[in-house]
Design a protein around this ligand. Structure first.
Ligand SMILES: Cc1cc2nc3c(=O)[nH]c(=O)nc-3n(C[C@H](O)[C@H](O)[C@H](O)COP(=O)(O)OP(=O)(O)OC[C@H]3O[C@@H](n4cnc5c(N)ncnc54)[C@H](O)[C@@H]3O)c2cc1C
Length: 442
């Protein structure tokens, strides 16, 4: 009987184990996980952050409609987060058991053609590396300097209880995770103050300029408790009593300021279970170059660091792996086109969603395009919902094919897929919905 080992029980590893069964793999599947099933996403990423995002959105809406702050019990927030994460983890355990996956609570280390588990070497028919990524923390080690792992993990209770009292927080890095973090907490705790610092010329530097300026504008307009510092870098962080003194350089000026917490959202690095390897290179079938029957998926191979990308790659590898082990040939490819079509969402208020090329990328590669844009303020549902901020922009080539879609609006996460089915002639959008704004574009 064939034996497959999956290293890492995050969204990629879990999906792969299940998918192997869906497509009829009848060998043994071992899933190694040295922390918690569900990985970064379920435990300290997507799930906890979106659970609290819901509270935050409610608080924002309440303030906007009733012109006063919502009062709430902090314990409800903490217990909802724990309960949600627990429920999802239980679901994962149940599904893996149903798929007859052998879950091993151990660390796996890969040597060329052997796998070490708890110090014991095993042979294998196939291995898939799905070990994810770890947050960058610049060597700082202090209980008030947080990455997503502490923020959404063990320090969450302390953090939100302090926020309720009114504190000052520095968020380092204004990429998608940093902006989500500032949006979530500044809308929920309006008596605390948040400074977000970014070394580049703007927040979300890879986005298009109109998206950047709309996000920047709405963050400052909706949250008087937020400051954004671009062209700014931190020099050092030193503890002082219960606080942290941060020295940073902003637009050429050196400034010292005190914060109760510093939250790092500086990017991530791959978590590679192979001694002395700091980058995994895969071919178009997601097979690790230079190794036999070893594939890799998800954050560990870079590109878009998203749970649904890891899961999509898991499906591709499941097929390639079964083809290979049953004597066929790998035929499911993962190309640059796959990657660019994967939608990204930033759960800020309002949300931001996009897929395909940005205008900047199209200009850089010299591709002709047309841009069409509609403001949300012209959409009946947006007016009904009192959420008129934002726009939808679609970039087309000269054959009328979509090259990129960029949206800033409430609930973008639910409507970003709509233009992907553009070629169908039978899409009727319900009224009043945010989705019907595509009537004006497609
Ligand atoms: C704050 C935050 C919010 C996010 N929100 C979203 C979101 O809303 N939507 C979205 O799509 N993405 C989101 N992401 C990104 C998402 O969490 C990751 O892209 C996703 O978790 C990657 O899945 P993965 O399976 O590649 O790796 P991971 O989820 O990192 O899982 C890897 C697993 O492997 C285990 N492991 C590592 N090394 C070993 C080893 N040697 N042996 C055994 N086990 C090992 C780890 O413990 C971990 O459980 C967010 C990330 C963060 C930080």
């Amino acid at each position: 009987m064939k034996e497959v080992f999956i290293i890492g029980g995050g969204p990629g590893g879990i999906k792969l184990a299940q998918e192997l069964r869906v497509i009829g793999f009848n060998g043994k599947i071992h899933l190694l996980e040295d922390r918690f099933l569900g990985g970064e996403c379920t435990n300290v990423g997507c799930i906890p952050s979106k659970t609290i995002y819901n509270f935050s959105k409610m608080s924002y809406k309440f303030r906007k409609m009733f012109k006063k702050s919502l009062s709430f019990d902090i314990e409800i927030i903490v217990s909802t987060l724990r309960k949600t994460v627990g429920t999802i983890r239980k679901g994962i355990e149940y599904n893996l058991k149903k798929a007859e996956v052998d879950v091993v609570n151990s660390k796996g280390i890969l040597y060329k053609d052997k796998l070490s588990i708890d110090g014991k070497l095993h042979g294998f028919d196939a291995v898939v590396v799905a070990t994810g990524s770890i947050p960058v923390r610049l060597g700082y080690n202090h209980e008030r300097i947080l990455t997503n792992r502490e923020l959404w993990g063990d320090m969450f209770d302390t953090f939100v209880n302090d926020l309720k009292k009114g504190i000052k927080v520095l968020i380092v890095g204004a990429g998608y995770i940093g902006l989500e973090t500032v949006s979530i907490f500044s809308n929920l705790f309006d008596n605390s103050h948040f400074v977000i610092i970014e070394k580049e010329r703007s927040i979300i530097p890879t986005a298009d300029d109109d998206i950047i300026s709309e996000v920047h504008k709405s963050l400052l307009k909706n949250n008087s408790n937020v400051n954004i510092l671009t062209n700014s870098v931190i020099n050092k962080i030193e503890p002082l009593a219960d606080n942290l003194v941060v020295e940073y350089v902003s637009n050429g000026n050196t400034i010292k300021d005190e914060f109760s917490f510093v939250v790092f959202s500086l990017g991530r690095k791959p978590n590679i279970p192979m001694d002395g390897v700091d980058k995994i290179e895969v071919d178009e079938f997601l097979r690790i170059k230079g190794l036999n029957n070893v594939w890799a998926i998800g954050d560990v191979i870079g590109g878009k660091l998203l749970a649904h990308k890891a899961e999509y790659q898991a499906k591709i590898v499941a097929n390639n792996l079964v083809d290979t082990l049953q004597g066929g040939i790998s035929k499911h490819r993962y190309t640059k086109t796959n990657e660019i079509q994967i939608p990204s969402i930033m759960f800020s208020i309002p949300e931001v969603g996009w897929y395909g090329f940005t205008e900047r990328e199209l200009k850089d590669i010299g591709l002709d395009y047309t841009s069409k844009k509609v403001n949300m303020a012209s959409n009946a549902r947006a007016i009904v919902d009192n959420s008129r901020e934002g726009f939808i922009k679609v970039l087309y080539n000269n054959r009328g094919e979509i090259l990129g879609v960029h949206v800033i609006a409430e609930n973008v996460s639910e409507l970003i897929n709509i233009p992907m089915v553009y070629n169908s002639e039978t899409i009727v959008y319900p009224h009043p919905t945010t989705a019907e704004i595509f009537n004006e574009l497609l």
